[in-house]
Design a protein around this ligand. Sequence first.
Ligand SMILES: [Zn+2]
Ligand SMILES: [Zn+2]
Ligand SMILES: [Zn+2]
Length: 744
Amino acid sequence: MLVTGVVQGVGFRPFVYALARELGLSGEVGNTPAGVVAEVEGSDAAVAAFARRVLSDAPPLAVVSTVTEEYVSPVGGTEFVILDSTGGPGRTLVAPDVATCADCLAEFADPSDRRYRHPFISCTNCGPRFTIITGLPYDRPATTMAGFPLCPDCAREYADPDDRRFHAQPIACPACGPRLQLVQPGLETEYDEDALAVAHGLLVNGGILAVKGLGGFHLVCDAGDQAVVTTLRKRKDRGDKPFAVMAADLDAARRIAWIDAAEEELLTGIQHPIVLLRRKAGAAVAEAVAPGNPDLGVMLPYTPIHQLLFDQPGPCVLVMTSGNLSGEPIVTDDDEALSRLVGLADAWLGHDRPIHVPCDDSVVRIVDKIELPVRRSRGYAPFPIDLPVPVRPALAVGGDLKNTFCLGDGQYAWLSAHVGDMDDLATLEAFERAEQHLEELTGVRPEVLVTDKHPSYRSRQWAQLNAAGRPVIGVQHHHAHVASVMAEHRHQGDVIGFAFDGTGYGDDGAVWGGEVLLADYDGFERVAHLKYVPLPGGDAGVRNPCRMALSHLWAAGLAWDPRLPSVRACAKAELQLLWAQLERDIACAPTSSMGRLFDAVSSLAGVCHRAGYEAQAAIELEGLASEDRGAYEFAITGEEIDPAPVLAGVVRDVLAGVEPGVVSARFHRALAEVMVTLAERVRAGRGLSTVALSGGVFVNRVLLSATTAALAAAGFTVLRHRRVPATDAGLALGQLAVAARVRS
Ligand SMILES: [Zn+2]
Ligand SMILES: [Zn+2]
Ligand SMILES: [Zn+2]
């Protein structure tokens, strides 16, 4: 039997060994470049049970792609043995980092266990992987645990096929493992339990602690303490962007947020991502944690060090935000943390197990009981995505916002962990390091580079600079979005693609973002788009939703009524300047951006006029949406989706004193309804009935849920993101599928 997939370094051989022995089978199991190969011998019933349970009972980290069975002649063996790995070229799929498992937690809490309260407890099923692997083959010397030789007790466990730490590379114990240390400026460094005691005291007393996690440092403080959270916000230069929190356990999480069964499963699963949850009224979380946001990003402790932060009386909910200044990559190195986080943290809780590559926390939202990844990073990367079409060895560099990149070869694509916004040198360097590391782990040697078509994207410039004679292929932004959701669903054939986002470079040079594309992997036809309006001043227009509102009013021929919140939000000089800018067409790029339409409506409804972080106006508008069943109405003229009647309806309602939540609901419904109308037109004309939804706008739960329901009710099959983000963080997968596909 040959088993392929993520089956190496995840405890697959010991699992096969235990299963065979339980069923009374003899034979052997080994790692080969092709995958895990097992030969078993015994009764027909036992062999059949073995074949079934290899799939159904596989270890939690394993992802089985294929199982091939073949009959071989019995050899009359009596034993079952684990063979040494046979080397040679091949593809090992490296597992992601995994939250501490229940077995380890039980030992961790047992005073008689030799790993009682050990900050680095791990086993075959849990602990760091991706972030500590420096090369292949995956063996202790090729990890950042290389500097910690196993003590005799650990070595015995490592060598024993019956032990749950058999061949687990990151294992350690208090005798041989890394040590915790606490550094405070001007004071002696503390170690182990002393380090913890000082760290804990600091949290209780309103301090800010830098804590080394799996993929980087976090900045940590008491989430219930408005003063310290406000201080952290100022120090990080964070604007109003929400902080994530870590709750001590599920009960503590339930006290601050509503958690359904799907969300509970996600919070407690092997990945332990940040889950965006509905905040409970009166939750004991400072307003400064997520100002103006109805959601809270919540996660549970996923390393032993996190467990230790909560095991003394003290805060049950901690702010846990990535250790960096806003926009910069997360800090991973202890020395670097001391210098780069100076002025941000009061003390540093670190250790001497190096982090080889950074990996930010993943963020997931549940919509209609289905996962919607917002950031796919720790716990997911570098799990491969199996492709619907084989690809050449290629690197797709993604986009410039929320960058991730993607390596592909044959049937697999490896989407990187979150890299960040490519607007500073540090992020560009982080991109290069992450790219080299992923090449190292996957063995992919790209023969072609794929980029966005935006001429000034740094990701594209990087590819052109580093092409070394290899072809560089550009893929239109929204085509890549649609291809991304198609690829993760392994979809073949044409779709009606809705690509709604803030910004993407259009083939006509305009800023696209409200696009309806008839698409497959080969190409696309732009069948409809939001009508162009001026984007006054580029980035300035993005940062100031009130200006976008006024631009939309201007384009729709609607008056700037001084009673409107957007007009009131602007000083007289700003209004005059904007009017002149629009009338004379100065620095006004045409845009069909759906994100900007959300900004405009958010401002008109009086919700948000100045955006301190990306999509703030849209997020706050969504958060307010009521249960109102009314809807505004878009006009469709040829290929243009005209929002003028929607804006007229919004203005009418706002001037009549209608609540912002009702305006929000009616706007969301209008969008869902016009999408059904457009999809029906394409279906009537082209006979297509599969709809693909992608782009950052579809992180919006209200819109995604309403749209999916309305399209399904109209008889469409709906493809929406469930494995990679709908935002530009999923772009690279689509780029790869479009440009590196092997044409048959
Ligand atoms: Zn474990
Ligand atoms: Zn040990
Ligand atoms: Zn986009």
